[in-house]
Write a protein that binds this ligand. Structure first.
Ligand SMILES: [Mg+2]
Length: 195
């Protein structure tokens, strides 16, 4: 029997909050409709909710790691106030071209690479095939697929161009994801894609 835990991986900008571009203050942090309900339901179904976010704004010098941590604390508190628990937040501050100083670096953590997901899997002893990932960018999906996440969901509130979805799911509203949990994940799992 597989006793490992499972996770709901969430990208941040464009999934948790509206992506206004390098958001780093509570004033600019606008929660997306349905995100609290999604996290509440995932926790109810025994998923650890883990945020994985590229934060090249740190690398570019737009805001500091301290500012990022302050905002993260505030964000997690807002979830708790809504009865929803974020277990952990992983972030990647590096950018291979636009990073400044120590932040100008290739990183295996930067999506589409799977480093943050694999790190979380080690630290929380996760079964990735039984886990779910939600992102608003194809690079999020690629990271999930390469890591072996069983169910990858692209959230596209306003699809700009038709997108192929043979190996991932596409939703236009976060409430569409609720059925993934209530109906049982086995209906939605996909095979690992190797690249
Ligand atoms: Mg995003």
């Amino acid at each position: 029997m597989n006793c490992k835990r499972k996770a709901l991986f969430l990208d941040r900008d464009g999934v948790i909050n509206i992506n206004h571009g390098y958001v780093h203050t509570p004033e600019k942090f606008e929660f997306i409709n349905g995100i609290f309900e999604l996290v509440r339901l995932a926790v109810k179904f025994h998923y650890l909710v883990i945020v994985i976010t590229n934060q090249a704004g740190i690398g570019r010098g737009y805001y500091s790691e301290d500012q990022f941590h302050l905002l993260t604390k505030w964000m997690c508190d807002q979830f708790l106030l809504h009865g929803a628990k974020i277990e952990s937040v992983y972030y990647c501050p590096f950018h291979p071209e636009h990073g400044v100083g120590i932040y100008k670096n290739e990183s295996y953590d930067r999506k589409p690479s799977p480093g943050m997901i694999l790190k979380a899997a080690r630290e929380y002893d996760l079964n990735l095939f039984d886990s779910v990932l939600v992102g608003d960018n194809e690079t999020d999906i690629q990271a999930g697929q390469v890591a072996g996440v069983g169910c990858n969901i692209l959230y596209q509130p306003a699809p700009i161009h038709p997108i192929s979805s043979a190996n991932f799911h596409v939703v236009h509203d976060l409430s569409q994801i609720l059925s993934f949990f209530t109906e049982g994940l086995q209906h939605f799992q996909q095979q690992r894609v190797t690249r």
